[in-house]
Write a protein that binds this ligand. Structure first.
Ligand SMILES: NC(=O)c1ccc[n+]([C@@H]2O[C@H](COP(=O)([O-])OP(=O)(O)OC[C@H]3O[C@@H](n4cnc5c(N)ncnc54)[C@H](OP(=O)(O)O)[C@@H]3O)[C@@H](O)[C@H]2O)c1
Length: 386
């Protein structure tokens, strides 16, 4: 199978590339990143001369100069990437970038028979209003979720009839500050970037620390499995060993357990026989001792409840929220706002009336609107007393 990876230089992208490099039935035809041109070149050299592209112009230019004598082809434009992916030389695409770029490509892929391995939850959440009728993601057999929780749900739901399910549960580790006793505003970016169980990019790690990531995943589950919000719940599961549960109407609960390791998830999603070794992934139950469960505490995880609320509101709110959250995370990472300011600012930005996006361009416009609204609020923050 011939594949493209968008976001190959990120934490998840690197793990995808690692699994692909050990799966001979896959041929990597195209790698796309934003700025990390040296890393992208190194990655491409590990495969059989795939094409590459960097969204950042300067980075793409540097890669092209460096590879003048090489057989690795550097594509010149976004259109060339779209053409290659939508054309005959690629059978499947991994979305492993952060943010909503390439949402147009995702949308166009829905009318093809190509496989879409989807990790970029921002695209699903931001476009949630578009994923209806013929674009209903739950009806697309060629979309394979790469988030560990959704992959687990996908596995759990396979042999179940939807009418027999009372609830589906996504689990959350609770993030780095679940047991934090101090003032949430004492939390620095450096502290927030150390996730207890998963190694991930900066945006998703901050979103995990305040559980906004889990709120986005609830919206993602609503889009991918078409369960109403009343049937989707979140449980804090401190050890990140249970990834999802389904509760049947007859009272039986089925859970999916595995070590927290994205490579196992990726390999499962690839349906690759590859070199997965049970010895490596096998569970040591005696080391586990206990499983801890809890519900996210509303006072502590305001951002989580806010994200779920925007999902329920629908229309332009999920995408506006995504744009605003991106601005807040950037501001927190550059020490311009405190950790606890993120949900406060998000709540304030949401005091707007928004129209329903009908097209991908509407989605991008509302995303930018959300981003700008949060940025403006961050600038006026002193007058807001937060
Ligand atoms: N990490 C995980 O374990 C995990 C698990 C489940 C889901 N996810 C989801 O997967 C996505 C990526 O997460 P991550 O942790 O891998 O983030 P990350 O480490 O920050 O990586 C982001 C990747 O996206 C690339 N990128 C950024 N903007 C792009 C653009 N406009 N076009 C193409 N590529 C672009 C980056 O390229 P540069 O290196 O050039 O900047 C990098 O390769 C997120 O949506 C996250 O929620 C991640």
């Amino acid at each position: 199978m011939r594949v493209a990876v968008i976001g190959s230089t990120g934490y998840l992208g690197e793990q995808i590339c690692h699994v692909l490099s050990t799966s001979p039935e896959f041929e990597v035809k195209l790698l796309v990143a934003n700025r990390s041109w040296e890393k992208l070149i190194r990655q491409a050299q590990g495969f059989r001369n795939p094409s590459i592209y960097l969204v950042n112009r300067d980075a793409n230019f540097r890669a092209a100069s460096d590879l003048k004598e090489s057989e690795i082809h550097v594509l010149k434009s976004r259109d060339a990437v779209r053409e290659m992916i939508l054309g005959d030389s690629v059978d499947g695409v991994f979305f492993a970038l952060s943010g909503i770029d390439w949402i147009d490509l995702f949308c166009d892929l829905l009318v093809t028979k190509k496989t879409i391995w989807m990790a970029t939850k921002e695209i699903i959440v931001a476009g949630s209003e578009l994923w209806k009728e013929e674009r209903d993601l739950s009806q697309h057999q060629n979309i394979i979720a790469l988030d560990s929780e959704h992959n687990a749900l996908h596995q759990l739901l396979q042999k179940q009839s939807k009418k027999d399910i009372a609830k589906i549960y996504l689990t959350a580790s609770g993030g780095a500050f679940y047991e934090w006793q101090g003032d949430l505003n004492e939390i620095t970016p450096e502290m927030a970037l150390s996730h207890p169980n998963w190694k991930m990019g900066t945006k998703i790690t901050i979103d995990s620390a305040n559980l906004i990531n889990k709120g986005l995943e609830v919206i993602e589950a609503n889009c991918l499995f078409n369960f109403p919000y009343s049937q989707i719940d979140v449980l804090v599961q401190r050890e990140s060993v249970i990834h999802a549960l389904i509760e049947r109407q007859d009272g039986f609960i089925i859970a999916l357990l595995s070590k927290p390791d994205m490579k196992a998830v990726i390999r499962h999603a690839l349906k690759s026989e590859g070199s997965l070794s049970w010895e490596e992934y096998k569970f040591d139950f005696c080391q586990l001792h206990q499983l801890h469960f809890d519900y996210p505490v509303p006072d502590r995880f305001r951002g989580f409840y806010l994200a779920v609320k925007v999902g329920q509101l629908g229309g332009g709110y999920p995408v506006f929220f995504c744009g605003a959250n991106e601005a807040c995370v950037q501001a927190f990472l550059s020490h311009r706002i405190g950790f606890n300011h993120i949900p406060i600012l998000l709540e304030k930005t949401l005091e707007v009336t928004l129209s329903k996006p009908q097209t991908v361009s509407d989605v991008i416009e509302i995303y930018n609107q959300g981003y700008k609204a949060a940025k403006n609020l961050i600038q006026q923050r002193r007058s807001l007393k937060c």
